[in-house]
Design a protein around this ligand. Structure first.
Ligand SMILES: Cc1ncc(COP(=O)(O)O)c(C=O)c1O
Length: 469
């Protein structure tokens, strides 16, 4: 029988949460059902998702940054159709294929002058794993420093560089030779470098968890300290890279010249998993130092031709549509529009980020009545206030957003880089309305509680239905 995707999707339509609860991740299914986020999305296009009831959702998460060019971009789609139709000789392994060479050439050409080589892999975490090995090999030192709140992925090495304890608990012992220091803490960095055993400092130029930034001068001091002792700077651009912050790489904002750069998400064109680690010839040769060592670091799917085509087509759209400049322009506009809301709403405390990577922080208001409501919400759970916005943003306004991290009252926006003023208007209008409600009455809290209760009851009912089968 021929495989028929359309038939499969139509026959099993709507079973998605049940299947996940049974076979994939029951707790995630529980969380999403409780929030009432259990939908059957049928289609995605540009900045929007469409569910089986035909409802439209503005996607301000873009798959955690994967859909830089939006969903179902026609150029990437056509490139992948072309690749499939060409019956490419994929992953011959005993071969040096053309397309990985071409994509590497493009990435090197777009990086700072010290970047000369590219290692391809399948994900952000894998690119980070590569960076740990290359930094250790190149310096013959073992220790890697990372910042509090850092997020570099969840594989064992990357997890060992995670600056939030909740991700690490229960998975030890982690990789030895790692040190956490405060974000931008120069004194701590100097102290750790004194021992002479630090291979590298790994950083996100703008931290994803909370959208935190450092002044350019601090970055320059950090780079100087590292250079002074021969330690490497790894810029993890898995999220910030490829235009997200209004520059091709976020390190450009601060004039940094990292020794190693990791990229992933956006390079996929939203279709094919890919990761890449960019570095210098010198660092590359410390790993691949002889013919015997030609595959000493490798992975089966490196240079997967479909991923390479998606990457090449993505970069071409970046050029043709001037995507990075658009992202920078939108960043300025986001700050302007959200800055106006900040003036108006006492719950809105800060607007951070650059380009289309935006953090909106909420904090205790000053007026008595609003403060009472804030305390009520926050007494239920730390950093609950932002959740009371994320839920109605989705249900009432059809806007998908997320809280930036556990314990932080920050909503993080990662719109597709192609998002424009229409999308911004939708979000700003919705947030304005919700904050006005939160400041003027407790009604918003009652409707939040009602949504959660409905989600909880729905979840319990679905559990009983499944058990009864
Ligand atoms: C900065 C950064 N590094 C690494 C990763 C891990 O990437 P992946 O989820 O593809 O393993 C992420 C994922 O969000 C990230 O934001």
């Amino acid at each position: 029988m021929a495989f028929d995707l359309a038939q499969l999707l139509s026959q099993r339509r709507g079973e998605n949460f049940e299947l996940h609860a049974k076979y994939v991740n029951p707790q995630l299914a529980n969380v999403l059902r409780t929030l009432g986020f259990d939908r059957f999305y049928e289609r995605g296009e540009g900045c929007y998702l469409y569910d089986d009831e035909g409802r439209e959702y503005l996607d301000l998460l873009s798959g955690f940054g994967v859909f830089a060019l939006g969903r179902s971009h026609p150029v990437i789609k056509s490139a992948l159709h072309q690749a499939l139709d060409a019956d490419l000789a994929n992953m011959v392994q005993m071969d040096c294929a053309l397309l990985p060479g071409l994509l590497a050439e493009q990435l090197v050409a777009r990086s700072h002058a010290g970047i000369e080589r590219v290692f391809f892999c399948n994900s952000g975490a894998e690119a980070v794993e590569a960076s740990i090995k290359f930094a250790r090999a190149a310096t013959r030192r073992s220790r890697i420093i990372y910042f509090t709140h850092a997020y570099h992925g969840l594989t064992m090495g990357a997890l060992s560089l995670n600056g939030s304890s909740e991700f690490k608990a229960g998975f030890g012992p982690l990789m030895p030779g790692t040190v956490e220091i405060g974000f931008g803490d120069l004194e701590a960095l100097r102290r750790e470098l004194l021992a002479g055993d630090v291979a590298a400092l790994i950083v996100e130029p703008i931290q994803g968890k909370g959208v935190f930034e450092l002044p350019a001068e601090t970055w320059r001091n950090i780079e100087d300290e590292l250079r002074r002792v021969g330690a490497l700077l790894i810029c993890d651009e898995v999220q910030t890279g490829l235009g997200r912050t209004g520059a091709l790489f976020a390190y450009e904002h601060y004039g940094l010249t990292p020794d190693i750069v990791t990229v992933s998400k956006a390079l996929s064109g939203g279709y094919v998993a890919v990761g890449a680690m960019l570095t210098s010839d010198r660092i590359y040769r410390s790993v691949y130092r002889s013919m015997q060592k030609a595959l000493v670091h490798s992975t089966t799917f490196k240079g997967n031709q479909l991923a390479m085509v998606a990457g090449l087509a993505t970069l071409q759209v970046f050029d043709d549509d001037d995507v990075v400049a658009h992202s920078a322009r939108m960043g300025e506009l986001w700050h302007l529009r959200l800055g106006e809301l900040k003036e108006k709403h006492e719950f809105l405390h800060d607007v951070r980020g650059r380009g289309q990577m935006i953090g909106i922080e909420f904090a205790a208001p000053t007026s008595r009545a609003a403060l009472r409501r804030w305390r009520l919400v926050e007494s239920a759970r730390e950093a609950m206030f932002s959740q009371t916005l994320v839920v109605p943003l989705f249900h009432e306004f059809g806007i998908l957003t997320q809280v930036a991290a556990d314990g932080l009252n920050v909503i993080k926006l990662l719109p597709p880089l192609i998002a424009g003023e229409r999308e911004m208007d939708s979000f700003v209008t919705a947030l304005d309305e919700l904050l006005t409600r939160a400041e003027t009455s407790s009604e918003w809290l009652r409707s939040f509680a009602l949504t959660m209760t409905k989600g909880f009851v729905g979840r319990s009912k679905k559990k009983r239905d499944v058990a009864a089968r």
